[in-house]
Design a protein around this ligand. Sequence first.
Ligand code: AMP
Ligand code: GLY
Length: 424
Amino acid sequence: MKVLITGSGGREHAIAWKVAKSSKVDKIYCAPGNAGIGEIAECVDIGVMDFDRLTAFAKEENIDLTIIGPDDPLAAGAVDAFEAAGLRVFGPRKNAAILEGSKAFSKDLMKKYNIPTAAYETFDTPQAALKYLETADMPIVLKADGLALGKGVLICNTRSEAREGVKTLMMDKQFGSAGDRIVVEEFMTGREVSVLSFVDGKTIRVMTSAQDHKRAGDGDTGLNTGGMGTFSPSPFYTKEVDQFCREHIFQPAVDAMRAEGRAFKGILFFGLMLTEKGPKVLEFNARFGDPETQVVLPRMKNDIVDVFEACIDGTLDKVELDFEDNAAVCVVLASQGYPEHYEKGYPIAGLERFKDTEGYYVFHAGSKFDEAGRIVTNGGRVLGVTAVGKDLKEARKNAYEATGWVAFDNKYMRNDIGKAIDEV
Ligand code: AMP
Ligand code: GLY
């Protein structure tokens, strides 16, 4: 089989690595890919939003299966474009990717189908939002309706912060049209857990749990980022929590989408908050999480291509997922200054030390080859260093040890990824 993966981050590197393990796969292409992905796939210089060129490429090369990595192309109808061209593709169609693409849609769906989530109101004008905020309880959460690179969520502690937030999202349009409409949501407290699943439209198969670290600095300080590290499984995601989520959140979400005529096929990612009143949904994503994928897929035993195909064919009920009884930790090596201003183009040394047979992985997030043929930094998040271990503590020790193998100028990482596991 020939497989095409679209995207260029650590998530896509982890997907490509896992696809390369499939006995069915002869050749992998990645558009556009990065230097690390280039070691296992042929990188093709086509952007993820260029559906015309991507589908033309897939036809010319007789690609048997395409996997769409990021959220933007899914929300814009990448899967519909591939299907219209008669190509086999994994991911939700546009009418289902809206579950991530519009927070107002996802909140309304949860309300209609009684899926536990924070109380909320939706506003189309800043005047109406500001009026509501005059009497609302603080803290409060403001969310841009549309996709905003994971940055359209503002937690406001005071009324003046909330007023400022409305200005940022709806008047200054910091996230463009994503802020034409906002969701104003009750502030929740608790542990956050990410749960990824495969869905074929009606059946859902849940993967193992994970936890992300979104803030740039140790102790969850600093700005929100795309994710600075992850661990899997989450010790807070107990059997009881899992049972509750399966019954009240996972299957109901899949059934709700089907009932709405928007059958969801692809990866459904549940961002959950484990509150005192039980698990509640923070957000849905319509794709693999980044960097959750970098700790989940190294623990997965199945041939992932079989699972992708079962989702497309609607035969997921015949598949059981199987995960190693171990743990994994991923520490992101970023460029100093991320997520704001940072420099790139620095040579990266030490990559050859990683041997996945030994349980050490380096997934590239922002790297490229320079003119001299050296691998250099090419983004805010540069690498995801993942290690497995028999338990979370061992995995964390291994992952941090391996971060020392890699050197590049302006290397920055958090030193407390997985610290919460010490509390268990
Ligand atoms: P989201 O993109 O919706 O997951 O939001 C990004 C982050 O904002 C989440 O991972 C939470 O840390 C935080 N967040 C979102 N919604 C809430 C909420 N209702 N209460 C507390 N924190 C929230
Ligand atoms: N790690 C969270 C996300 O992928 O959105």
